[in-house]
Design a protein around this ligand. Structure first.
Ligand code: SAM
Ligand code: SF4
Length: 342
């Protein structure tokens, strides 16, 4: 495949009705995955027909349209981004945009299963940081939560990433009755590897087996528990994302907390999400979206895409409505996280 060259910044920035400027795109490159994490997917997920999914060339064109409007960081996600066929082509093309200064960063969120074979290629393409999702260090528990026996592969992948020179941040969904007791050990493990680790409250996205409330674990309680073992101080570190960070004194690692249910974080939101079919969602927790695929496939695609992007800014809501109310999770949306892109 030929690699088109990025267009330089030409147009006005993407600013929403609340004055927030969008500089960060999370692009889901596939809804498919080689794991089936219980909080994310049903075992018998029905995936999208491949004909509905944007080609990699279309994803690059779309990325360039966002870059031209001031987006300076792109995170590839999914589903599992590294199981998309030929994904390195897109990553290399975006890496070129970084090298030429059109983009500050290309990064990805991955479950780590493909890292043993792909970590070196990612580094060579210009990726410098990745997030790896890991909820447990126990093989049986890993199989239980992800419905696949792949802990060893993931740990080998994490080591391969470090070896290749990638900075790794671990993402852990905190779950009552599942990894609650193991969280201090996971944090300790991250410090021994010099990784930052971010804990995430489970969010009501899509239907899963069982009630989400059963595994909901507020991070306020987790933090108090961690303070018994670790010396945590508030860190000024911000990524423009939802996490609040704490230095883990005595280590090089930081602890991040993403608390959509106990502490809404939407005021400084700088991001939008695009699904692998080209729908732009302005908020993970709301249903408003616009179809960019039709614009992308139209004759006057540049004008039509820009019109859609302008329109999307008018639809970006103030925030999500996830909350706990009388022991029930409210603000639910019907899409799974794997659909919108985590
Ligand atoms: N497959 C990749 C991975 O697991 O890192 C990328 C996609 S995954 C949807 C992105 C992140 O979303 C993961 O860290 C996962 O743990 C998280 N996630 C999925 N469903 C969630 C939910 N309902 N609540 C909170 N986090 C969720
Ligand atoms: Fe796959 Fe990531 Fe969802 Fe797990 S969280 S099922 S690895 S997309």
């Amino acid at each position: 495949m030929d690699m088109p060259i990025a267009t330089p910044h030409t147009a006005t920035p993407l600013t929403d009705q609340f004055g927030r400027t969008i500089t960060y795109l999370r692009l889901s490159v596939t809804d498919r995955c080689d794991l089936r994490c219980r909080y994310c997917m049903a075992e018998d997920m029905v995936f999208l027909p491949k004909t509905d999914v944007l080609t990699l060339e279309e994803m690059l064109e779309l990325s360039d349209a966002f870059i031209a409007r001031g987006v300076n960081r792109i995170r590839l996600t999914g589903g599992e981004p590294l199981v998309r066929k030929n994904i390195m082509w897109l990553i290399e093309a975006l890496g070129e945009r970084v090298k030429s200064g059109n983009l500050q960063e290309i990064t990805l969120t991955t479950n780590g299963t493909q890292l043993p074979k792909m970590a070196g290629d990612l580094y060579r393409a210009g990726v410098r940081r990745i997030n790896v999702s890991l909820d447990t260090l126990d093989a049986k528990r890993f199989q239980d939560i992800s419905r696949r026996d792949k802990l060893e592969t993931v740990l080998a992948g994490i080591d391969a990433a470090k070896q290749a020179g990638l900075r790794v941040k671990i993402n852990t969904v905190a779950m009552r009755h599942f990894n609650e007791a193991e969280i201090p050990e996971l944090v300790h493990w991250a410090t021994t590897k010099d990784f930052d680790i971010t804990l995430i409250e489970t969010m009501p996205l899509g239907d899963i087996e069982g009630a989400r409330e059963d595994s909901y674990l507020p991070l306020t309680a987790v933090k108090s528990n961690l303070e018994q073992r670790f010396d945590l101080t508030t860190s000024g570190h911000r990524t423009g994302g939802p996490a609040r960070y704490f230095a883990i004194n005595g280590s090089h690692s930081k602890l991040g907390l993403i608390t959509p249910l106990t502490n809404n974080f939407c005021d400084g939101c700088n991001r939008v999400r695009v699904t692998c079919t080209g729908r732009i969602y302005m908020c993970l927790g709301q249903d408003d979206h616009i179809d960019l695929r039709a614009a992308l496939r139209s004759e006057d695609k540049h004008a039509n895409l820009n019109e859609c992007l302008d329109k999307s800014m008018g639809l970006k809501p103030r925030g999500h409505d996830f909350a706990m109310s009388n022991g029930q999770m409210v603000g639910k949306v019907n899409r799974h996280m794997s659909q919108t892109g985590g």
